[in-house]
Every structure is written in C-alpha cells, then in structure tokens.
Design a binder for this molecule. Structure first.
Ligand code: GLC
Ligand code: MG
Length: 602
C-alpha cells in the first residue's frame, strides 16, 4: 500500500473539528526519548497507569455449569484481577452471535449472547468492576458482522433495498468465477456466492463473516451508534477488531498469486488502504471526543514507523496493537506451514523500535499474548525452557517497558501450549483452515498437525486454571474446550501460596510499577544491544534509574557490567527471579543464570 499518501493526508489535516482529540501538526517526527520524562505521573491518564487484562470470555469462569465462561463468572473473579493491578478488562465479544468464530461474528451488537448471560448481568459486571477500580472495555468487531445479522440478511435479499449497499457485493468474472483471486485470512477464496443476488460478497475472514461497506455513511453511522450505546452503558473504552481492513482499495483486480491455487493474500491487497484514517478520524470525532475512555486498535501491518499517524496527538487511537514483535516468524502472510524462526536480536529490535516510536508521541500497549497467538512461554524461549522462570522472564519485560501492559488471562500463571492428537480435537476454525492449507501445500498429516501444535489459537483458549479440583474450578459441567493437563499443579490457588510462583512475581512487579514514576513514565534505552542472550534496557528520569536484565537463553549468560551501567555499588538487586540474591549490591552480578530476570535500582 502507498504509505506516503496516508502520511501526507494525516499530517495536513486540521485539528479544530476534533475537540478532545486534538491534532497538532508539529514535531511528529521526533523520536528521541528525552521528552517523555518531563511530565510527572500525575499528568498521565488513568489508562496509562494501570495494567489492562484480556478476558477470553468462553474460558475465564463459568457460573452456571454449562461449560462456557460467562459474565457472572467474571464478576466472581474480580478480586484476582484487582490484586494484579488491573484497571481495565477487555472482554472478547459478548454480543449475540452464532459463535462460528467465538463471537467475532456478531449477529446483534445490542444484545448479550445468552451463553454469557443477560444485559442485567452486563450492567452488574460494569457496576461491580467499577467499584474495584476496573473499567470494562468492549471489543468492537466493525470490519464485518455475522452472516446471521439482520443487516446481512436484508442485504442479501435483493440488490435494491435499504441494506443492499451495506456489504461488499460484486458481480462474477465473465466465466462466473470469483471477482478476483484474493485469499481470505482463514484460507480459501475471500468471496462467497449468493444465489438471491447472483453476486459474490467479500469476507476478509470466514465466509460467515461478511465485510461491512464502510464507504456507505449509513453503515458508519450505525456503527458509531453501537459504540455510543456501550459508552452510555459505562464502558471504559474499546478494542477495535481487525481495523486495518475496513477500507478497501478502489481497484479490485487480481493480486500476485502466492499459493498453489493461484490466490493472493487479502492482507497484502487491502490492509491499511489510503483513506482509512479518514474513517477513523470520523469515528474518533463521533464517538470518543471529549470522553475519558481509551481506544486500542488491532492494527496488524502498521509498522513502528507509521505508529505516529495512528496514535498520539495526530493519531486516531490512544494505542494500537501492532504485531512487529509477535509475527517475527512470518514474512508477509501468516500461513502457519510457511513459518520460519527468529532470534532474540529480532525481538529486541522490534520492541526497541516500538518504544522509540511511541516515546514522545502516543502510547504503547505492551503485550506478548492474546487469544489469537500461542502461549508466550512456548513462543519466545527455547524448547524445554523451565516454564516458571520463562513466565517470570517475560513478565518482567511486560511490566517494565513503557506503556500499558496487557496481560492475557493465564499469562500471569505461566500457562503453556497444549498439543492434542488429532485436528478434530481442535475447536478454532483457523486451526482447521491452516491444517487444510498445509495438506494442500503437500505436507503430511503429522506435519500439518505439528504446525497446529505450534500456532493454534486454542493454545491460549483452554480454560483458566483456578485450582486443583476437577476442571480446575472453571466449571462444574463439561468444559467447552479441554483444560491443559497440567492444571493440578499449575493454577492460581497453588501459585497464590507459593512466593516463588509466576503469579507472585506478577503481583510484586505490579505493586512496584504502580505509582513508580520511572517505570510509568521514564525514558527507555536499550542496553547490551549486541548481547545474543540477554535483553537489557534502562528506564530513567531525573529521580533515578532502573536497569532490567533478562536472560532469554537456557544457559548462563555473561555481560559487561560497565556497559550495562551496573557497577555502582550504591545500587542493589531489587528483584531477582531466582529470589536468592535480592538486596545484594549491583556490582556483585556479572552474569545471569538460565532465564534469569533481574531489576537493579536504588
Ligand atoms: C481478530 C480477532 C480474531 C478474529 C478476527 C476476525 O483478529 O482477534 O480472533 O478471528 O479478528 O474477527
Ligand atoms: Mg456458563
């Protein structure tokens, strides 16, 4: 896509219309970190001082024994979240839905899925969470709806009714085939035939998820109404699903084929199309302006260099989830059987770029897990790594970078991947598509399953592990997805009692972070850039300096203390994931043990 045009149109837009979301044309190119330490934490907004937490509603806590998590279940676990310093919970979609993509296929944005409860349950959750200082953040799935939504039903009835133009319809090619060769993100053609209209409709994801036509102002207004409805209910903000795809290019011609079926990745053709920011500016003006909420866009494909056009004074959201550090194993399309590998240096580079890009403009959502990715312990560390040490190591980075940490449910317990015997054991529709893609590309069933083991979204969707009782306290019924077999040992109750657990580590670091100006606001500088095993950085402001050192390898890793600036014996080891040398002088440390994480300060 032509990034320059996006950049220009963003830079020269005037600000006046967007009260409360003002645009300032100056200094967007500054990337130095120094300016960031000038403000004090009191100037930060509420959502910059908290931990956010993603709840995959199906799997968090069941309250009625049907095997699915629900809203009353979440309400019963608010203390677990408050103890973690959580100030906002992002709920995956809870709207009425046929659940083909577990709620990311919305049938009605104004009603609660009966599986999860009632609107009264939702009101009660918002109210009770509020009392504990926790805001509820809604997931707005606005690129598409379910094919079962009334809007789509009406749209597919005929070519000339009120809703005909609410989705993206095209005539077939002369030979009757799809309008172009775009491949949907979940595999297969991005077009599905509709017999009524004798036309195809476009779907970036599954065929049950038709894309809305954002060019139609009625569609946009209907979506803004939805968002405002939830704000009136007391929502504290939004996570904007699949946002790069809302704007389609004017040219719908074939793209360069990249698979054995002659198709081309839709992401390459439609993501972040010129003009997308105009739509999002309108959203900001009509929904967010003047309100004390936050927005975080899921913006795969926006590079750190372009962050400044998406967030901050000139941006459209408060934060975006970009994927530069999450998709290191993929070049271009996220086809699992084509995944490569990556080094720690790649991860360090991606994180540092994002920290720098948001240093003086915008704000960064720090995350290593979500409901679409495998568990981080199995992704960022060598095979066979000790999960407790690895969980603490990544937790240290999560809670010490500059930005708002987004903890994904179970990450605070150090949960790990599952590997089930057959593709039929998996629920996730993308796992099934990716398996089929691998088979079509010539891999054996065993190989295809190994890609699923590595990347399946079900890895992170297994039920929460609360205690050692049957089904880990998640449900009294049959869980919709099997639990990870390790739940008898790895669970919140055990980790509560164990001061050396991942959970205890998260709590300690969260308590430390809360109100700590250096961690909340101080500048970031990477240290030991050339070190192949250790990710090291400093956070500092005029009041002091913290050094964070994390060994990502399974062996002892040496470093030069002078280069890291930790020879000063006034400084101490404040935190050590091994726990045995806390309080010792900083000068005593010259190497890190396998997977060790330490924080050094005054
Ligand atoms: C986003 C969601 C994912 C969903 C997709 C389609 O990427 O995070 O779970 O399948 O959008 O809505
Ligand atoms: Mg239930």
């Amino acid at each position: 896509m032509e990034k320059t045009a996006i950049i220009l149109s963003t830079l020269f837009l005037t600000a006046s219309a967007l009260s409360g979301c003002s645009i300032d044309s100056g200094n967007t190119d500054r990337i130095k970190t120094e300016d960031s330490s000038l403000e004090s934490t009191s100037e930060l907004k509420w959502w910059q001082k908290i931990n956010a937490y993603e709840i995959y509603v199906n799997s968090f806590q069941d309250s009625d024994g049907d095997g699915y998590g629900d809203l009353n279940g979440i309400r019963s676990r608010l203390d677990h979240l408050a103890d973690l310093g959580v100030g906002a919970i992002w709920l995956t979609p809870v709207y009425d839905s046929p659940m083909e993509d577990n709620g990311y296929d919305v049938a009605d944005y104004y009603s609660i899925n009966t599986r999860y409860g009632t609107m009264e349950d939702m009101d009660a959750l918002i109210r009770e969470a509020d009392k504990k200082g926790i805001k509820v953040v809604m997931d707005l799935v606005f690129n598409h709806t379910s094919d079962r939504s009334e809007w789509f039903k009406r749209s597919s009835e005929s070519r000339d009714n009120e809703y005909s133009d609410w989705y993206i319809w095209r005539d077939p090619k002369a030979d009757g085939s799809e309008p172009n060769n775009w491949r949907s993100i979940f595999g297969g053609s991005a077009w599905t035939w509709n017999e009524n209209r004798k036309q195809y409709y476009l779907h970036t994801f599954a065929s049950s998820q038709p894309d809305l036509n954002w060019e139609n102002p009625k569609v946009r207004d209907a979506l803004y109404d939805v968002a405002n409805f939830w704000l009136d209910k007391g929502a504290g903000g939004f996570r904007m699903d699949a946002i790069p795809y809302i704007k389609k290019p004017s040219d719908f011609s074939d793209g360069p084929a990249d698979d054995s079926e002659g198709r081309c990745d839709i992401h390459m053709m439609t993501a972040n199309t010129d003009g997308i920011l105009d739509f999002l500016r309108e959203f900001k003006e009509k929904v967010c302006a003047g309100k004390d909420i936050f927005t975080v866009g899921e913006a795969n494909g926006v590079s750190p260099d372009d962050l400044k056009y998406w967030v901050g004074e000139n941006g459209v959201f408060d934060m975006i989830f970009e994927f530069s550090h999450m998709n290191l194993d993929f070049e271009g399309s996220e086809t699992w059987c084509k995944a490569g590998s990556f080094e720690l240096s790649d991860l360090k580079k991606a994180l540092t770029e994002s920290q720098i890009a948001t240093a003086s403009n915008g704000w960064y959502p720090i995350y290593f897990e979500n409901h679409d990715k495998p568990r981080s312990i199995d992704h960022f560390f060598p095979e066979g790594s000790d999960p407790v040490l690895a969980g603490k190591a990544l937790g240290t980075v999560l809670l010490s970078l500059r930005g708002t940490p987004f903890i994904y449910q179970g990450e605070e317990l150090g949960l790990t991947n599952v590997s089930w015997d057959s593709i039929d054991d998996y629920n996730d529709l993308n796992s099934k598509s990716q398996y089929n893609i691998a088979i079509k590309e010539g891999f054996s069933e065993e190989e295809a399953l190994s890609f699923v083991h590595r990347f399946s979204r079900d890895n992170a969707r297994t039920p929460m592990q609360w205690d050692s009782s049957i089904n880990s306290g998640f449900t009294t019924g049959t869980p919709w997805l099997p639990l990870n077999e390790n739940y008898k040992e790895v669970n919140a109750e055990n980790e509560n009692k164990d001061t050396s657990s991942v959970l205890s580590w998260y709590r300690r670091l969260s308590d430390f972070r809360k109100g700590n100006d250096i961690l909340l606001k101080g500048e970031y500088n990477e240290l030991l850039n050339e070190n192949k095993d250790i990710y090291a950085f400093e956070r500092k402001d005029t009041s002091g300096r913290l050094v964070i050192l994390v060994n990502f390898s399974n062996k002892d890793a040496g470093f030069d203390p002078a280069e890291a600036g930790v020879t000063d014996n006034e400084k101490k080891i404040l935190f050590s994931s091994y726990g045995d040398n806390e309080g010792e002088k900083a000068g005593s440390i010259k190497s890190l043990r396998p997977l060790e994480a330490v924080i050094i300060g005054e």
